[in-house]
Write a protein that binds this ligand. Sequence first.
Ligand code: PHE
Length: 369
Amino acid sequence: MEDLESLKTQIINNINLASDIKALEEIRVSVMGKKGILTEQMKGLGALPLEQKIATGKKLNVLKAEFEQALNARKEVLETAELNKKLATETIDITLPIRPETQGRIHPVSKIYEEVVAIFGQMGFEVAEGPDIEDQFHNFNALNMPPNHPARQMQDTFYLPHSATEEFDMDKSYVIRTHTSGMQIRTMENKKPPIRIIAPGRTYRSDYDATHTPMFHQVEGLVIDKTTTMAHLKGCLYDFVKAFFELDEIPVRYRPSYFPFTEPSAELDIGCLKTKTELKVGAGNDWLEILGCGMVHPNVLKAGGIDPDEYQGFAFGVGLDRLAMLKYGIPDLRTFFESDVRWLKNYGFSPLDFSSMTGGLSNNGGQTR
Ligand code: PHE
């Protein structure tokens, strides 16, 4: 029995000193394995007289339970220590930014959109948005273009059937808007003057070459007040082109033009230098048309529910994609909508450079292009 006591102390001691799981397992096998000390003792029970057999058997069973308990306790301690060690060496700093940081790019059209909103926003314009699918009243009729008006042919319109079952009827059908000018009417319907809004958005015409795509982007501008004049239009757009091209001076000219919804109408040209390989805005003897504009036609004010004897105003429409091509030297419009990541990597902008009039508009001095 004394042997058993000292055996117990020794084994428990060994268990508690085991330095890792493997050493612990070796101890377990040496005690309770097939040829373990305890197993051997149990095997020896058979040779003992009955009473002794019972007494020793009990003791051995108690001993076995004690060993198991000690083994489990030690195992838990060792496993926790091992886990802590692992956690300490394998930590991940989740506060680190992702690499590479500037993988994503902002599309040039989105960039130009931001820039235009920043410029007009600072002048006090609000941004208005409207539907791409437009009825003919807003896209044409209310803009002084009744059915059969020859100006409707100026735009290659996509018509949508107004009903899936009835026969196609050109006059009743919807269109996908050919310009953002319908937003002039929608704004007048919802707002009382004074009005000062821009309406950026997608527009659609059946056209496809290096400078035309079936879907493109425009920004409409509309200002209506009691004393708004053509001089305001000129000043406003001059300030816009200077801010947009980030130049202190830029030659501009207003060329008489025709739009059914403005009278008088004009197109704005900016001075530039055109060579076979280069197009430089703000210098040289060439002119480049960049937008259409004019004083809102009295019929348009009437259609929008505004009294033309009391109010007057100006409107303009600019092609956003065109501006992007000019400002960032992108030669082919079709590439804008091909979703080629290599193109986007080359012409796109860092999402971290947000356009603002105070923080810098194009911001492309940094690592943006
Ligand atoms: N809607 C015209 C176009 O698409 C542009 C324009 C807008 C002209 C507003 C005058 C006034 O070409």
